[in-house]
Design a protein around this ligand. Structure first.
Ligand code: RTP
Ligand code: MG
Length: 142
């Protein structure tokens, strides 16, 4: 499988639960490297732009309100098959349907407060990494 980069966000609920380190540990144990990272409190505009693909969905306003409700930690992950590997670590969108041992099964409390975001395709990974990081903020270790 190819070496890939993907964009991950630890959402406000998981930051509030103080499990940033536990989630980072899962990335590292799965062989993913954190090659860029920052903590930030998203503005309305940043959250709307990031989730623009969902603009017409009924949950869009709730999603933006939730993502701006507190600080998040944004990271680029790199490794073999990083996009799918991260989605597998995350588990299903609805934590009630997430497989045991996944991040959402262990730390999410609802479909809205579901602990993490992860890019869902190569195209979205490229757009989403560039949305948050300039090239000079990404530090691959080779
Ligand atoms: P994410 O983008 O945050 O990684 O989540 P995802 O790919 O698993 O799910 P997606 O379909 O992209 O939806 C983005 C976020 O919107 C909220 N959502 N609510 N009430 C609903 O039916 C519903 N569907 C989605 C979730 O918080 C989801 O993470
Ligand atoms: Mg998504």
């Amino acid at each position: 499988m190819a070496n890939e980069r993907t964009l991950s966000i630890i959402k406000p609920d998981a930051v509030a639960k103080n499990v940033i380190g536990e989630i980072y540990s899962r990335f590292e144990k799965a062989g993913l490297q954190i090659v860029a990272a920052k903590m930030m409190h998203l503005t309305q505009e940043q959250a709307e732009g990031f989730y623009a693909e969902h603009k017409e969905r009924p949950f869009f306003n709730d999603l933006v309100a939730f993502m701006t409700s507190g600080p998040v930690v944004v990271q680029a992950l790199e490794g073999e098959g990083a996009i799918l590997k991260n989605r597998e670590l995350m588990g299903a969108t609805n934590p009630k349907e997430a497989e045991a041992g996944t991040i959402r099964a262990d730390f999410a409390s609802s479909i809205d407060a579901n602990a993490v975001h992860g890019s869902d395709s190569a195209a979205s990974a490229e757009r989403e990494v560039a949305y948050f990081f300039n090239d000079n903020e990404i530090c691959p270790r080779g």
